[in-house]
Design a protein around this ligand. Structure first.
Ligand code: KE4
Length: 428
């Protein structure tokens, strides 16, 4: 495919944007080659600045569950914009979107909107520390919760040793408030709570992680985290920024029947515009300013355009049968990819929850981050590039999820599987 204009923009971008991007994964470093620049999107497809078209399974990293430029979303945002982009005063739309979220997430009685998933998790952890009166946050290796300092931490040497900063610029002191445990390991969780119980404010986890690829919780794991946090008087925070309205209309918490203390949301609830949210029982959320002593604020929080996009997206997604149809499309694609890999003799391990899925280039099951890192990332990169050349855009990293939308039809899935058959058969 010709990508001269993207190449030219890439050179310009590197002269004015840090690393040429506004988010690292967009540089395509994990898959090699130069990134393309998007020009437009429509339904399941994205067009680049050279006129190439790709069937899109990244969908802006999850938000576009109704596809690109969904007419109802475009009309809702246009209508809101014509009345003014922002007021810094509350609007009715914030109430209506919060009410919809509460309807789907019974564990939430009060919502606070912010502008990103990072802000949602960062604020939820501050709220947990303020509510419980303890400092330690426990996180799970391989889960990503945005770029807040305290969570950019990798596992320490031993399970009950504090994490190590996973990014330059994160003070050692921050990582002394963060413990890191492996996913799907109840014993490791129990050991940390036995050792630090009353000093733990919260455990934050992606109930179905999508940032090490998609990894599924083993039977009893999420229940054990719920029991341990309850026993220690700490809060269980489900980061459902990705899994919310993707693992199910009520997120992973509905699929697995676990009631967390706080839930973080983002992506789908903004329909492609900048939104994050966190929520939980009125008793906990009442600790937030202006009612309570935990401060959090934001100039554009609850922005009318973002609220309009989120409302239009959820309204469309709530139509009877829409979520199930998207989930079925994801299953059809996943099964087809598995069959193509088998045909080509390429060992893969596949996972799916609702409308998000992953194909690990790994001949063994992937049950945590350590397993995920054993995957053949070079083979994944070759798969990514082969598919891109055939007009299919998967995530530019093995350690991401792929997403389905309501607009992907049989035609897109068949074209994807044809491309996969050819690409997989060419892999060394
Ligand atoms: P943002 O701050 O990027 O809006 O959200 C952070 C975040 C929090 N929690 C979960 C479960 C997330 O998946 C994310 C962000 N997801 C990544 C994709 N893996 C965003 C893509 C990017 O970083 O450019």
């Amino acid at each position: 495919m010709k990508r001269d204009t993207s190449a030219s923009l890439w050179r310009e971008a590197q002269k004015c944007l840090a690393g040429g991007v506004n988010s690292p994964v967009r540089a395509f470093n994990a898959v090699g080659g130069e990134p393309f620049f998007a020009a437009s999107g429509s339904g399941p497809r994205i067009q680049d600045v050279d006129g190439n078209e790709y069937i899109d399974y990244v969908l802006s990293w999850g938000p576009l569950v109704m596809g690109h430029a969904h007419p109802a979303v475009v009309e809702a945002v246009r209508h809101a914009l014509e009345r003014g982009a922002s007021f810094g005063v509350s609007t009715e739309a914030e109430i209506r979107l919060a009410e919809r979220i509460i309807r789907h997430f019974p564990s939430i009685e009060r919502v606070r909107f912010v502008n990103s998933g990072t802000e949602a998790v960062m604020s939820a952890i501050r709220l947990a520390r303020g509510f419980v009166g303890a400092d330690i946050a426990v996180k799970v290796a391989g889960c990503y919760h945005g770029h807040m300092d305290g969570l950019l931490v990798r596992a320490g040497s031993g399970l009950t040793t504090f994490g190590q900063p996973d990014s330059r610029g994160v003070p050692e002191a921050y990582s002394r408030c963060t413990l890191v445990i492996p996913y799907n390991d109840i014993e490791a969780a129990r050991e940390v709570f036995d050792t630090y119980g009353e000093d733990i404010a919260c455990l934050v986890v992606e109930p179905v992680p999508g940032n090490m690829g998609v990894v599924l919780p083993e039977s009893g794991y999420l229940e054990a985290l719920r029991d341990l946090t309850k026993w220690s008087g700490s809060l269980l925070i489900f980061d459902e920024v990705m899994s919310g309205f993707r693992a199910g209309m009520g997120g992973a918490q509905a699929r697995y029947g676990i009631k967390p203390d706080l839930t973080c949301l983002g992506k789908v609830i903004g329909g492609g515009l900048p939104v994050g949210a966190y929520g939980g029982p009125a008793e906990i959320m009442g600790m937030l300013a202006p009612q309570g002593p935990v401060y959090q604020a934001g100039t554009l929080s609850g922005n009318p355009l973002a609220m309009a996009a989120g409302l239009a997206t959820l309204e469309a997604l709530e139509h009877p049968g829409v979520f199930e149809r998207i989930e079925q499309s994801m299953t059809t694609l996943a099964e087809g990819l598995g069959a193509c890999a088998k045909e080509a003799g390429v060992p893969v391990y596949q996972t799916q929850t609702g409308s998000m899925a992953c194909m690990f280039f790994n001949e063994n099951p992937v049950r945590n981050y350590e397993d995920a890192t054993q995957s053949d990332t070079q083979r994944y990169a070759a798969f990514f590039r082969g598919m891109l050349e055939r007009g299919v855009y998967f995530a530019p990293s093995q350690f991401e999820a792929c997403f389905m939308s309501a607009t992907h039809s049989v035609a897109e899935i068949d074209k994807t599987l044809d491309a996969a058959r050819q690409t997989l058969s060419e892999l060394e």
